[in-house]
Design a protein around this ligand. Structure first.
Ligand code: ZN
Length: 288
């Protein structure tokens, strides 16, 4: 697995829509047809949200055979175990097998599936696979890579604000940076039909820049980190030069996106004003 960072999830919201979402990293009692099961919820990288436990037999758990549960979006009845029940059954929180077999887990008690109701994602999920949606993945925009972006299925695993995390469920056919099983991050951008994969580097750098939407289609993000684009746009840039503005080709329509340093003195809120700064060097070039 190329990336192994832990999953981040937002704390539960009070909204009614999440009342029925299951918590991760928690002992629960599930009422299955025919019998009750006490199980611990966790994330399996391959299989997704899961739980393992045992049938309830009177006051005891039948620990002779372990049950593994995979959850679909269907409703079922469950409740958290009370701490005295956990104690009475002799259970550990968390059980040692969770990290040992399934690696880093989301924060205990995070609600699984809270992203399903996120306004940016709602309506994009498959009815039978409520965490799975399509995301545009890529090796970079047209200045960086010749490989065309591809739409793949991604199973969402977490979110932080408006940045979502998930696992790629397909083998992209022509990309070299993205493979089946990779953990990726993505955002929903204006002007794009599908959510767009973003890299950690892009997210880190993006804060310092204003990305003006594409002049043709309105696309509001970049496929590449600004520093990578600057290296390509200004290959002969003298060391120490500060680039305050550059342009990118829109990966969708070939239009132009002006990208401007947030504290650029020539920048006025809401519009790009291509006024050269007082410098002897050519400091920006228009492309397209
Ligand atoms: Zn465009």
């Amino acid at each position: 697995m190329p990336n192994s960072e832990s999953i981040t999830m937002e704390p539960p919201s009070e909204s009614e829509t999440v009342v029925n979402l299951l918590p991760v990293g928690t002992w629960i009692r599930l009422e299955l047809p025919g019998n009750a099961v006490v199980c611990f919820t966790y994330i399996d990288d391959e299989a997704g949200f899961s739980a393992q436990g045992w049938k309830v037999e009177g006051d005891y758990l039948d620990q002779s055979s372990r049950i593994i549960i995979r959850f679909s979006g269907k409703g079922f009845s469950w409740r958290r175990l009370e701490s005295d029940e956990i104690q009475a059954y002799g259970l550990k929180v968390p059980p040692s097998w969770v990290e040992e077999f399934y690696g880093p887990q989301p924060a205990a008690n995070s609600l699984w599936g809270i992203w399903r109701e996120h306004p940016k994602l709602k309506g994009r999920f498959l009815p039978d696979y409520p965490d799975d949606l399509q995301v545009l993945v890529h090796d970079g925009g047209p200045r960086i890579s010749r490989n065309p972006a591809e739409v793949v299925w991604v199973s969402v695993r977490g979110m932080k604000g408006e940045v979502f995390q998930g696992r790629v469920l397909n083998h992209p056919s022509n990309l070299k940076n993205i493979r089946y099983g990779d953990k990726i991050q993505f955002v929903v951008a204006d002007g794009a039909e599908f959510p767009i994969m973003v890299t950690e580097k892009y997210l880190r750098e993006r804060k310092a820049w204003v990305i003006h939407p594409c002049n043709k289609c309105g696309f509001s993000e970049l496929f590449d980190a600004p520093s990578d684009l600057i290296r390509v746009v200004f290959p002969k840039r003298p060391a120490g030069t500060i680039t305050t503005m550059f342009t990118a080709f829109c990966p969708f329509c070939g239009g132009v996106q002006v990208v401007e340093l947030r504290n650029n003195p020539a920048y006025c809120e809401g519009e790009a004003i291509p006024v050269p700064l007082t410098t002897k060097r050519p400091w920006w070039r228009f492309w397209g």
